[in-house]
Ligand binder design. Structure first.
Ligand code: AGP
Length: 595
């Protein structure tokens, strides 16, 4: 989604903002812009395309002590220079950037701005024009912000510059992510900590409806009625080298290779020397007493939830349902009294998941969020949080977060009723198996060349846990190589979809579950008989002559944690061969903060 960066105070404002925007590129965008308050005027530079394109339009000597920047992922109005942020009020006094969606923008245009001349098709320009009108009416910007929030419906993170206040930066937050960074001689704001991490590690959270007034020396936070709030900063557990790609060409390759280390980090974080799992007893009691558990998520996190259901029902014997968050809110199933919810979200900012969280909290149910981002919206608004400790995941395609989610779900499920399994041993075995798979990357590059260098269709098939990995495998391949790929229950193909199999259609069978291995093999023969170009990814104990990829055995419950690595590498190399933008695939955003 959109990225926002702002700075006020001593320092290289332009450089800081542009660098901050570059760290947010992974969120996905189609245009970028920056505004600099030079003391006399507010200069705005904005272009469709990449930040590198924007830089060519900014005079090298341009700088200031106050600035805001933005990367836009189009919602209202096509990607274009005129729709790029920052946007200014007609009187030129206010300049702002926005992340989110204003749901009542048409009504606001009709009711308050029918005489205004708009320079863009965006909902953001409605905000800045309306705010300028409110400043005229109320006389000062803080009061106007309070009035503005009473009119806006929807999600917004705003950074605002007032031409008449060259020493003040304003921030407003509702549903979209926005953090304030506390510096020495300057203060900052950004869509996430990464954008400011090489300036500060100390941040203020902003809650929905709050606004902040930043000067070089101070940060003041107010609630939606204008009442001042005293809040402590928190220290972000990120270090700047987390941002570097290291020896890898892409963040995705770096993050795939980090997975063994992440598993070992989670073991350390969650299991003590006495082999006890360190999960808050309140969380375990809530889950243990639940009549039914609902897991809600989107995308890859949803696929992790499907495996998580198996873990909870196998290790804790609690009935569990998994739902797409975007469907759940508008098609709510029967939820028995005594149910509780688990939200899985790498970013902790997914709007679909957040909307579902708001809905179930209003119904009085308790929620646990499993996320990679401490202080994220889904973390703050749930009753409990379990962290993934995966380190920042920059590539849009989620890899290490997925395996981290499975690991934390397994630890939680086992801890609910002290399932008799040596998790430290079994997960360490998983990490070792992952190490071996990461060493096989040249084989995966060759396979990708053989199966995915051409053609526009592919299938992954599997049964039971292998089916859930097939869904994730398909998402990985399609979202970065743009090959239309389906993850399919192997036994279901013959009920219709097998009609799509043609000569040469790649079909990869995942075989790691002993009780269904032979069934999947016969399903592969069915498609091979119709011309499919088949391959198998198999755990060693189930391997047969002619199998394509053989990986180390691990506990049968944990095979998804290792089976997913080959399919991640295959997706990576398929995209590499096709010269796709691996870390920032077209149309995609790392954190989808609109419904
Ligand atoms: C997965 O590779 C995608 N990036 C996407 O499906 C992602 O998993 C989904 O948008 C959910 O994001 P979250 O985990 O941050 O909530």
């Amino acid at each position: 989604m959109c990225g926002i960066v702002g700075m006020i105070g001593q320092g290289q404002t332009k450089a800081m903002i542009l660098k901050g925007l570059e760290t947010l590129e992974y969120r996905g965008y189609d245009s970028a812009g920056i505004a600099l308050h030079t003391g006399r005027a507010v200069d705005v530079y904005r272009e469709k395309g990449r930040i590198a394109d924007l830089k060519k339009h900014i005079p090298t000597d341009a700088d200031a002590h106050l600035g805001i920047g933005h990367t836009r992922w189009a919602t209202h109005g096509r990607p274009s220079q005129r729709n790029s942020h920052p946007h200014q009020s007609s009187n030129g006094r206010l300049t702002l950037v926005h992340n989110g969606v204003i749901e009542n923008e048409k009504q606001l245009r009709q009711e308050y701005l029918h005489d205004s001349i708009f320079a863009s098709d965006t909902d953001t320009e409605v905000i800045v024009q309306l705010l300028a009108q409110l400043v005229e009416k109320h006389g000062d910007l803080p009061t106007a912000i309070i009035a503005l929030q009473q009119l806006l419906h929807g999600s917004y993170a705003l950074a605002i510059i007032d031409r008449e206040q060259p020493d003040v930066l304003y921030a407003v937050k509702n549903k979209s992510p926005l953090l304030i960074g506390k510096g020495e001689e300057a203060n900052y704001l950004g869509s996430d900590a990464l954008a400011m991490i090489d300036k500060t590690k100390n941040f203020y959270e902003l809650n929905d409806g709050e606004y902040a007034i930043l000067t070089a020396e101070a940060v003041e936070i107010f609630d939606r009625e204008g009442k001042k709030i005293i809040r402590e900063t928190f220290e972000a557990q990120i270090d700047a080298n987390d941002l570097a790609k290291g020896p890898f060409k892409h963040y995705m390759m770096k993050e795939m290779n980090e997975q063994p280390a992440v598993i070992r980090r989670i073991i350390q974080a969650y299991i003590n020397d006495q082999n006890e799992t360190l999960i808050d007893q309140q969380i375990l009691t809530t889950l243990r007493n639940a009549k039914r558990i609902f897991i809600l998520a989107a995308g890859t996190s949803y696929h992790a939830g499907l495996v998580g259901k198996q873990y909870i029902e196998t290790m804790a014997q609690i009935p569990t349902e998994v739902h797409l968050a975007s469907e759940f809110v508008y098609n709510m199933p029967f939820i028995p009294e005594g149910s509780c919810f688990i939200f899985i979200s790498q970013s902790g900012e997914t709007a679909d998941s957040r909307a579902a969280l708001v809905a179930i909290r209003e119904l009085g149910f308790e929620a646990l969020t499993i996320t990679n981002v401490p202080g994220s919206t889904l973390s703050r608004e749930a009753n409990y949080t379990l962290l993934l400790h995966a380190g920042p995941e920059i590539a849009v395609a989620s890899t290490k977060a997925y395996t981290a989610q499975l690991t934390v779900l397994a630890l939680t499920a086992a801890a609910i009723r002290n399932y008799d399994l040596d998790l430290k041993f079994e997960l360490a075995r998983v990490a070792t198996a992952m190490d071996h798979i990461c060493e096989m990357h040249e084989q995966f590059e060759m396979l990708a060349q053989n199966y995915f260098s051409h053609g526009q269709h592919a299938f992954y098939i599997g049964r039971h846990l292998d089916y859930f990995v097939a869904l994730e495998a398909a998402l990985k391949l399609k979202e970065i190589s743009y090959i239309h790929t389906e993850g399919f229950a192997a036994g279901e193909l013959k009920h219709g979809t097998i009609a799509l199999i043609e000569e040469g259609t790649p079909v990869v069978g995942l075989i790691a579950q002993a009780k269904v291995a032979n069934h999947t093999r016969s399903n592969l023969q069915e498609v091979a008989a119709r011309g499919a170009h088949t391959a198998t990814i198999v755990c060693e104990s189930l391997a047969q002559a002619g199998d394509t990829v053989i990986i180390d055995d691990v506990h049968e419950l944990f095979t998804p944690l290792v089976m997913v690595l080959p399919v991640q590498f295959l997706a990576y190399y398929a995209a590499y061969i096709r010269d796709c933008d691996i870390d920032k695939p077209r149309n995609l955003a790392k954190s989808v903060t609109v419904e």
